[in-house]
Design a protein around this ligand. Structure first.
Ligand code: NDP
Length: 339
């Protein structure tokens, strides 16, 4: 059973060499007394920025660190091979927490879901558009941002797994949407494929405050923040009265032990801005509604979704670390096997 394991806890910016490929023997299907287990074949694995935090020993978060020597844990799509739970039969497709290996023995957990074949979307979409990132976009936009038609919206890491859906939902809601991303290729996708009103490459801007003033002469009503740091600081300066900031993630901060670049928090007070952090898992009761809403728009052609598929478990370390330099164009997924 080929695996990708964490070599040891990471200090500083995570690197490809912090992960290694290993061979191991698959343990037999024995669940602890009172719990059920599933033996699954992993098909698609998700690379998500929150996983960088789990590479550190101490980071004070909502989920424990990875265990060195053990395969990386993360969201995946898999096929059930064997199960002692009557709810899951061999052959069923599931999405939920699995591990970076060919076959996994997994326990039942809150976000383990049977995939409905009727949905008829590419299987890997259950890690993006219809998975945790898509749900994050949906819950964050509707529940945290309280959007109104005609409002102005800024989305950072806008071509990524979460950002691309936030922007499209905002457009469908009648908002004016600007995305920031880190390459001209991404900017082009945002404007021409994902139908953002405007997009810019933040790496080309010497002064982010000036860039935001250019795109939002009247100011920003909603900032969906995926990156933190300097973009958040510039957005604070440009928020409108009673604006909202959804603090979804701080991917720009993964190499730093202390948050950098924030000087403008006073704007929260002077402009009565509401800034709220959130976790998608707080809103899981809304998951079925999210799937219905997004699938409906997808079928009508109102929503598209860009993925970056990398082939083979061997490609996982590079694909995952690539999130930190923006190598991924769209949702980063690893294809371990197709069936
Ligand atoms: P993406 O698919 O957007 O991948 C990460 C992207 O971040 C890269 O492609 C890169 O894009 C950008 N990036 C990397 N480093 C920097 C930097 N220093 N400054 C600015 N941008 C950078 O990831 P996701 O869509 O999966 O996640 C987006 C955010 O949402 C993350 O912060 C993540 O932690 C958070 N999140 C939060 C959840 C929650 O429940 N609160 C759940 C899921 C995700 P570019 O080329 O544009 O720079």
């Amino acid at each position: 059973n080929k695996q990708v394991v964490l070599k040891g806890y990471v200090d500083g910016t995570p690197k490809e060499t912090d992960l290694e490929l290993k061979q191991s023997i698959l343990s037999s299907l024995t669940a602890p007394e009172g719990s059920s287990a599933l033996l699954v074949k992993n098909l698609f694995l998700s690379c998500d920025p929150y996983m960088f935090r789990r590479m550190r020993q101490f980071y004070g978060s909502y989920i424990p660190p990875f265990v060195p020597g053990q395969p990386i844990e993360g969201f995946g799509v898999a096929r059930v091979i064997d199960s002692d739970d009557p709810e899951f039969q061999p052959g069923d497709l599931i999405s939920g927490t699995t591990r970076w290996e060919e076959y996994s023995l997994i326990r039942k957990h809150e976000q383990l879901r049977k995939i409905d074949p009727q949905l008829d979307v590419p299987l890997s979409y259950h890690l993006g558009l219809l998975g945790m990132p898509g749900f994050t976009a949906h819950a964050g936009f509707y529940e945290v941002c309280s959007p109104r038609k005609g409002e102005t919206v800024l989305v950072s890491a806008a071509s990524g797994a979460v950002g691309q859906l936030v922007g499209q939902l905002a457009r469908l809601h009648g908002c004016y949407v600007v995305g920031s991303a880190g390459s001209s290729k991404k900017v082009d996708l945002l404007k021409n494929k994902l139908k953002f009103d405007e997009a810019f490459n933040y790496k080309d801007e010497r002064d982010l405050n000036a860039a935001l003033k250019r795109y939002f002469p009247q100011g920003i009503d909603i900032y969906f923040d995926n990156v933190g740091g300097e973009m958040l600081d510039a957005a604070l300066l440009n928020m409108r009265m009673n604006g909202r900031i959804a603090v979804c993630g701080m991917v720009s901060q993964h190499g730093h032990s202390d948050p950098r670049g924030i000087h403008n928090l006073y704007n929260l007070i002077s402009k009565r801005v509401k800034m709220q952090g959130f976790l998608q898992s707080d809103y899981l009761n809304l998951f079925p509604k999210f799937v219905d809403h997004v699938v409906d728009h997808y079928r009508k052609g109102n929503i598209t979704y860009i993925e970056d598929l990398s082939e083979g478990l061997e490609s996982a370390p590079a694909a995952f670390i690539g999130l930190l330099s923006g190598k991924n164009v769209g949702k980063q997924v690893i294809c371990v096997a197709r069936e």
